[in-house]
Design a protein around this ligand. Sequence first.
Ligand code: SF4
Ligand code: SF4
Length: 168
Amino acid sequence: MADSYFIEDKFNPEDRFREALQQVEPGFWKKKPLAEMNKTEWELLCDGCGKCCLNKLEIKGKIRFTNVRCRFLDCQTCLCRIYPRRFEKMDDCRDIDLAAIREKPRWLPKTCAYWLLDNGYDLPAWHPLVSGSANSVHRAGMSLQNRRLISETGITDYENHIVDWPDL
Ligand code: SF4
Ligand code: SF4
C-alpha cells in the first residue's frame, strides 16, 4: 500500500508549473535577488533536474557525484516522492537555501538554477522559466531522466559508482 504522503498519482508537473507561473511576475528572477524571493518564486526556480538527489562523496576537498540516487527520487519525473515530508523521512536530505547554495565545496550541480543565479549567470534556454514548459529540462537531457541510476538501498561501495557527467 502506498504511503499517504507520496506524491499523488495524478500529479502533473506541467500543470503545477503553469499554475504557479500565474502567481509570479514575468522575469522575476532577473529583477529580484534570491534572498528576496517568496516561496512560489523560489520553488519555480528549481528546474526539476533531480541531480541534487544523487549521493555524493567528498574526496580531497572536492565533491564527486555518484549515479546512486536517493531512494525517494522518482526516476521518471525526477521529483521527490515525499517532498512535503522529506526532512522528516530522510535525515540527510538538505534544504536548498542560500547557505546550501553557497557551501564550499560546491555540492549542487553546475546547472542548478540557484547556483547559477547566485553566481551571476542567467538561466539557460532549457530552464522551464525560460522555455515556458516544465518538461524542457528533460527534453534538453539536463535532468536525470533516462540516465543509468541505481537506488541507494543496500549500496555501501559509493566510490565504485562515481560519475563524471559534464553537467555536474
Ligand atoms: S539541482 Fe537545483 S535545479 Fe536541480 S533539482 Fe536540485 S535544486 Fe532543483
Ligand atoms: S528525500 Fe531529499 S534527497 Fe531524497 S528525493 Fe526527496 S528531496 Fe531528494
